[in-house]
Design a binder for this molecule. Structure first.
Ligand code: 5AD
Ligand code: SF4
Length: 454
């Protein structure tokens, strides 16, 4: 395993095992958690059987994510029976949402929400001293873990996640995140640039700037109110670290993505030409009910602007099928919007009612399971056709790929992403992980571009 700035330590230390669920931000949070626990004398293990602390960094975004984790907690119970003194901890969004409910089954010893990771060493000491469970779920207005160097957990040592902000101030009516991750706060830009420089110096070739709504990134110098940094400026600062370091980011929000961001992307070759722009629905009525702050026309205008400034920009999205009160016409509007944009790929979900959210309090989750599933399947089928079409448009093009590792299907071949985020597979040709390679797209499936070396 290629190591980041902070090496993964071992040599006789008690072991911590971490499972991560949910988004990339959670992956980065697990890296922060490991960094904090290494300072406390622990070392990472990938073998649950030898762990004295077992942690799950959890996700609450849909009910099935939580159900999976309840299943895992039952399996953790077996580890507790096998060995004395094993500490079981639930971190992250589910910890924040369910709080002491997680302690009821007498398996979990430690519950820590997304802003509580600095308290982990203290909590672990208390559990050991008092043999009592510990919980810390207070959300913060300013915690960004800015100065903590995450211990990189990625396997390839090429692409590093960097959190640029935490929390979310949007109030999408279906979404649990504002409740689990608290208010929006932006991290000091200089600590972000320093982290990018560190990972690049350590062989990483790509940084991925993460936030729930990166377009709302805004930092004000505490000592000079006139000195501010917005997301476009931050992008530029990070892009300037080195032209050999690729910069990606997610997630953008349709009503907040600015012309300045799009133009900054166009100006720097090393800012990857890909925007993840979740639309959620193509129906104005649904968008309003979802409390998204844009309508169909606004969204399509943003897509036009992106295509005008960056003609070959990859555009991907998130879609929810079967939100409260969704009619057949609303659903058709989603299909027609997807077709109009011609997304390169999409994450597609059936609506899942989350207790405590505005939608859960105000609207009935009234679309029958079969209807939701049928609509979701229709959306997926359409996207599969469009992904294939989008890949076919790449045929014959020569693109630059960052080598990520051996191809999963055929280990003789290599794989890596083009700037627009499309996955490419190509012959080895003596190239190494982390090399930039020019390839020609020869054929494709809906998921992959099959390329030759040029
Ligand atoms: N049900 C289904 N999908 C959801 N998402 C967020 N909340 C829900 C929910 N309650 C989806 C949105 C979001 C993505 C991260 O997850 O599409 O963009
Ligand atoms: Fe990430 Fe959202 Fe899941 Fe929390 S609920 S882990 S923010 S996807």
């Amino acid at each position: 395993m290629k190591l980041g700035i902070r090496p993964i330590l071992d040599a006789g230390r008690p072991k911590v095992y971490i499972e991560t669920y949910g988004c990339q931000m959670n992956v980065n949070d697990s890296e922060v958690i490991l960094s904090i626990l290494q300072d406390e004398g622990y070392a990472l293990t990938e073998n649950i059987e030898e762990a004295s602390i077992i942690l799950a960094n959890t996700c609450s975004i849909r009910d099935n994510a939580e159900q999976r984790i309840w299943g895992r907690i039952e399996q953790f119970r077996l580890q507790k029976r096998k060995r004395d003194g094993v500490i079981i901890g639930i971190m992250g969004c589910m910890a924040e949402r369910l709080k002491d409910k997680l302690l009821e089954g007498k398996v979990v010893d430690l519950v820590a929400g997304p802003d509580s990771y600095r308290n982990l060493p203290e909590m672990i000491r208390e559990i050991k001293a008092k043999q009592e469970p510990q919980m810390h779920v207070q959300l913060s207005k300013d915690e960004t873990y800015a100065e903590i160097s995450p211990v990189r957990l990625d396997k390839n040592g090429i692409s590093a996640f960097i959190s640029i902000m935490r929390g979310c101030n949007n109030c999408c009516s279906y979404c649990v995140v504002p409740y689990t991750r608290g208010p929006e706060r932006s991290r000091d830009p200089f600590s972000i640039v320093r982290e990018a420089e560190e990972v690049y110096a350590n062989g990483y070739k790509e940084v991925n700037l993460l936030g729930q709504n990166v377009d709302k990134y805004f930092w004000k110098d505490p000592e000079d109110a006139d000195h501010t940094v917005n997301f476009a400026q931050l992008l530029e600062m990070v892009a300037k670290v080195d032209p050999g370091m690729r910069v990606r980011f997610s997630t953008s929000y349709p009503s907040d993505i600015s012309d300045e961001v799009i133009e900054t992307m166009a100006r720097y070759d090393n800012i990857c030409k890909h925007i993840h722009l979740p639309v959620q629905s193509g129906s104005d009525y649904m968008l309003e009910k979802m409390r998204r702050k844009y309508n169909r026309e606004w969204y399509l205008n943003r897509v036009d602007k992106i295509r005008e400034v960056i003609p070959d920009c990859g555009i991907t999205t998130d879609v929810i099928a079967g939100f409260c009160g969704e009619t057949e016409q609303d659903h058709k509007d989603t299909l027609s919007l997807m077709e109009q944009v011609g997304y390169d790929s999409a994450f597609m979900f059936a609506y899942s009612n989350r207790p405590g959210t505005l939608a859960s309090r105000k609207y009935e989750d009234d679309i029958p399971y079969e209807v939701k599933t049928a609509r979701l399947n229709e959306i997926i089928a359409l996207q599969n056709r469009m992904s294939l079409k989008s890949n076919e448009r790449e045929l014959g093009k020569i693109v630059e790929v960052l080598v990520e590792g051996p191809s999963k299907r055929n280990p003789e071949q290599l794989c890596g992403r083009a700037s627009n985020n499309k996955m490419c597979v190509f012959p080895n040709g003596g190239h190494k992980v982390g090399d930039y390679v020019m390839v020609k797209v020869e054929s494709c499936t809906s998921a992959t571009l099959i390329c030759s070396l040029v």
